[in-house]
Design a protein around this ligand. Structure first.
Ligand SMILES: *Cc1c(COP(=O)(O)O)cnc(C)c1O
Length: 453
């Protein structure tokens, strides 16, 4: 789609809408001359060049990519109006869109009745879920895996709750025996299962965690901030469907449309299976909630002002790439296939080794060196040389793993340090699939010892 054309169409549609309210002149205090604007814009676009090429498949580092053009048009168009999804007073159209996209996400997870809304981020979405967990299970703590996002430990501090890190197994998943021991103490009220850890993309065995938690009267929250949209691949044979099917039985779930949902930053989501938890958000506002007796989203959210444009962007995107295996699912499937193929190539490589088999689209790997210190040095050298190369740069990220985690996967590596940085590539762009041979060749060349050149 031609972005410039559709941005023009969209801004003209907003101008037509504005026209019905009669003539109006912007105030001279905000007036800016074209020459002045051109100069500022030139400086601005020059400064924006200081960025990594997130759009290009040679960027195979962190969880970063630009939004879909439909999301850009949806966001910018709604931004010309600037609705605030706090209350229906602030933008009825985008509030309705928000309810619709949240209902689509609920359907994807197999939630029938639900309560949910978009948030500014996965962090705030998880905070709301943990806040509700504290209210439903007062005086009891939260358990999460040692590979869970650091936000859970930090938010336990914010909420004044005890947080317990449960060890992971040799695949980076929450260890069920360790969890059973933690739950047996009776101190934990909620388990956070991560379906797709941020580091390795490991998927906690939610289908086993749910019945275990039920036996202890413990609540289950799923942090699917990164992995949630992989639910769309549950029937494709590309991933193990069991943990994804079990989200329907969990009490709450978080997913970030600004990660795998093709959205710009500022779009997370939290959903609760039991709508009655809305009672924990109850408040009145002397300013708002006057235009309608229908649910105002601010009445079920800890955040007040929220971007209506974020809801608009997601709504327009999902009209075109719906939450089906052939819609948005096809985008994730390509990255998943790329990850599987790269794992096979790494297995066969004489210079690089897979750290573990990817469960989603995050590939972890390291230079075949004999010790942790040598792996650490070679990984950081490859990352640095890759991104500063004058020709065909490649952009990778590193992940710190500790000695015991390496030993459980690769006991032959000498543990001469507390841990090592290894290489990590999030293949979240579907373009990664066609680029994969080039990527593997580039990283292998960087990994090859200089003496062989
Ligand atoms: C990214 C992520 C978060 C934090 O979400 P933000 O949107 O960055 O605030 C939490 N949990 C997991 C598993 C994540 O991948």
């Amino acid at each position: 789609m031609d972005l410039q054309h559709w941005l023009g169409e969209a801004s003209r549609a907003v101008e037509r809408w504005q026209g019905q309210f009669g003539p109006y002149q912007p105030h001279p205090s905000t007036a800016v001359g074209d020459e002045q604007f051109g100069a500022a814009l030139a400086t601005f676009t020059e400064r924006l060049q200081d960025n990594y090429p997130f759009f290009h498949p040679s960027y195979a580092g962190q969880m970063l990519k630009p939004p879909h053009p439909a999301a850009v048009v949806g966001y910018l168009t709604a931004m010309l109006i600037n609705p605030n999804n706090h209350a229906l007073d602030g933008g009825p159209a985008t509030a309705a869109m928000e309810k619709e996209v949240v209902a689509s996400i609920a359907a994807m997870f197999g939630y029938g009745e639900h309560l949910g809304h978009l948030t500014t981020s996965g962090t705030i979405a998880n905070l709301e879920a943990l806040y509700v967990a504290r209210q439903t299970h007062p005086g009891r703590g939260i358990a999460y895996s040692s590979d869970a996002h650091y936000t859970h430990g930090r938010m336990c501090g914010v909420l004044g709750m005890a947080g317990t890190a449960v060890p992971t197994d040799a695949a980076g998943r929450m260890d069920l025996d360790a969890l059973a021991a933690v739950l047996a103490t009776g101190d934990v009220g909620t388990v956070v299962a991560t379906t797709g850890t941020t580091g390795l993309g490991a998927v906690d065995p939610l289908h086993e965690i749910v019945p275990l938690a039920a036996r202890h009267g413990v609540r289950v929250h799923v942090d699917a901030a990164y992995g949630g949209f992989f639910t769309l691949l549950a029937g494709t044979g590309l991933i193990d469907p069991a943990p994804w099917a079990a989200i329907a039985d969990a009490d709450s779930v978080v997913v970030d449309p600004h990660k795998h949902g093709l959205q710009p930053y500022g779009c997370g989501a939290v959903l609760f299976r039991d709508p009655s938890v809305g009672r924990f958000f109850v408040h009145d506002s002397p300013y708002t909630y006057f235009t309608s007796d229908e649910l105002h989203l601010g009445e079920i959210s800890l955040e007040c002002s929220r971007s209506g444009a974020a809801a608009a962007a997601l709504w327009l995107t999902l009209e075109l790439l719906p939450l089906t295996s052939d819609g948005l699912g096809a985008v994730l499937a390509a990255g998943r296939r790329a990850a599987l193929r790269w794992a096979d190539l790494l297995e066969a490589s004489d210079v690089l080794a897979p750290y573990q088999r990817p469960e989603l689209d995050i590939v972890s790997y390291f230079p075949r060196e004999p010790s942790l210190s040598a792996i650490d040095a070679a990984s950081t050298r490859i990352m640095q040389e890759g991104m500063t190369a004058a020709v065909d740069p490649v952009f990778l990220s590193v992940l710190r793993v500790d000695a015991s985690a390496m030993a459980s996967r690769h006991p032959e590596v000498a543990a001469d340090a507390e841990g090592a940085r290894i290489l990590r590539s999030v293949l979240m762009k579907p373009e990664s699939e066609t680029y994969l041979s080039d990527l593997h060749a580039r990283v292998s060349a960087l990994a090859r010892p200089m003496t062989l050149l």
